[in-house]
Design a protein around this ligand. Structure first.
Ligand SMILES: *Cc1c(COP(=O)(O)O)cnc(C)c1O
Length: 410
């Protein structure tokens, strides 16, 4: 008898994006004429093509793979040195991170989920609300939670509400937790955390021997000078934080797949008998056993993000998306909605009009404006009353979305 992992049955069936898909199909089936007008600002996926520098580097790498003199088989599981070194030089200069603390992978979604492999049972896990759903679901799958209640909140998780009042950066908990997920610039709220706020989390983590999982997938979208780019800018973070970064959103690698995780060698967890154990060798072992390295051409493409041309092309992409974010912010502000995010992140987080729920707002935007947004409640109970508009779109589509928001909701 093949037993299954029963934890999978605790996962909520009505997961956000399938439910959005269901509602969009129902609407377009019933209104085929309107279907052609549909503009999707829902799922956070890039829309612009891969930078030329990356494509060129990948073409060259494919040609190398076609020549027995330059062909490469299995590479180092942790990533090629050329990429790990380029990452440290370009993203962590002066922060004391070394190339062998960077683990290259095929995605941050995978890394933020897989990281739980090296942590034991019984950890108290703190998750912001609203949140990137991957953090929650991977904890459910591995058995770190009980069942979900009717609002989708899982027994056993410590939810940290992120609200307009706290600037969408959670207060330090008044109880002890062991693993903490933080994501800044944030998906879905577009918020950033200040240096002082991160310092308070680092101090808490050190005092409680906790580990912070810091997801900085949107680091490249930071525009303001005083916003920290890495948790390692905070004194002491190397002793309590793992940072996740991805080429998905800056380099447009969502379909090409490349990311990395930083595990400083100072970082320790604890064995059952309470003795210290460095995390770096555990993750290295996990990576070597369950992963065989990201593809060579893809790692060459990722390294090209840090070439002179690559940097200029990535900047142009970011500038385009952030220009979209500004237009969306302005359109929503002009019709009197409360607008957050969109300044250092490609997501605009908007308060629904008084008395309108986030799913009602979703239906209204779909039916009246033929624009697909993401209802805040889909990211957690504290997301109720908000919706997220993604700035990942063509300028033309964004301008049209702004017109429709003003015509239909103004
Ligand atoms: C898009 C995104 C990522 C990146 O995931 P990949 O698997 O690298 O594409 C990571 N974290 C958050 C919060 C994201 O929105």
């Amino acid at each position: 008898m093949a037993r299954i992992n029963d934890n999978f049955l605790k996962l909520k069936a009505g997961y956000l994006f399938p439910e959005i898909g269901r509602r969009v199909s129902a609407y377009t089936d019933a209104n085929p004429d309107a279907a052609a007008r549909l503009i999707r600002c829902g799922i956070g996926d890039v829309t612009e093509p891969l930078p030329e520098a990356c494509r060129k580097a990948m073409h060259d790498a494919v040609d190398e793979q076609g020549d027995s003199a330059t062909f490469r088989g299995y590479g180092p599981e942790q990533g090629y040195d050329f990429l790990r070194e380029a990452i440290v030089e370009n993203q962590f200069a002066g922060l004391g991170i070394s190339a062998d603390e960077v683990f290259v992978s095929d995605g941050s979604k995978c890394d933020t989920g897989n990281i739980l492999d090296i942590f034991g049972p019984g950890n108290k896990i703190a998750i912001t609300d609203p949140v990137y759903p991957v953090y929650v679901d991977t904890n459910v799958m591995i058995g770190n939670t009980g069942e979900a209640d009717e609002n989708g909140a899982y027994d056993g998780l410590v939810y940290l509400p992120c609200t307009a009042e706290n600037g969408f950066v959670p207060a330090i908990p008044d109880k002890k937790v062991d693993l903490i997920y933080l994501c800044y610039p944030n998906n879905p709220t577009g918020a950033t955390a200040t240096r002082d706020q991160l310092a308070a989390w680092v101090a808490y983590a050190k005092e409680n021997k906790a580990i912070i999982f810091y997801d900085a997938a949107y680091e490249a979208f930071i525009q303001e000078d005083d916003v920290p780019h890495s948790i390692y800018e905070i004194e002491g973070a190397k002793e309590c934080a793992i940072e996740f970064r991805s080429f998905s959103k800056n380099g447009g690698f969502t379909g090409t797949r490349c990311a990395y995780t930083v595990i400083p060698k100072e970082l320790v967890g604890y064995t059952e008998d309470g003795s210290e154990q460095a995390l770096h060798p555990l993750w290295s072992r996990r990576h070597s056993t369950k992963f065989n390295g990201a593809s060579y051409p893809v790692q060459r493409g990722a390294a090209a993000v840090f070439s002179e041309e690559g940097k200029a092309q990535v900047s142009a992409l970011i500038e385009g998306y952030m220009g979209n974010a500004k237009l969306l912010r302005d359109a929503c502000t002009e019709i009197g909605l409360d607008v957050y995010g969109g300044i250092n992140a490609p997501y605009v987080w908007v308060g629904c009009p008084e008395g309108v729920s986030s799913w009602d707002m979703f239906d209204r935007m779909l039916e009246q404006a033929q624009v697909v947004i993401t209802p805040g409640a889909g990211f957690g109970a504290a997301g109720e009353g908000y919706f997220r508009i993604s700035a990942f779109n063509s300028r033309e589509n964004v301008e049209e979305v702004c017109r429709r928001i003003q015509e239909n909701l103004g």
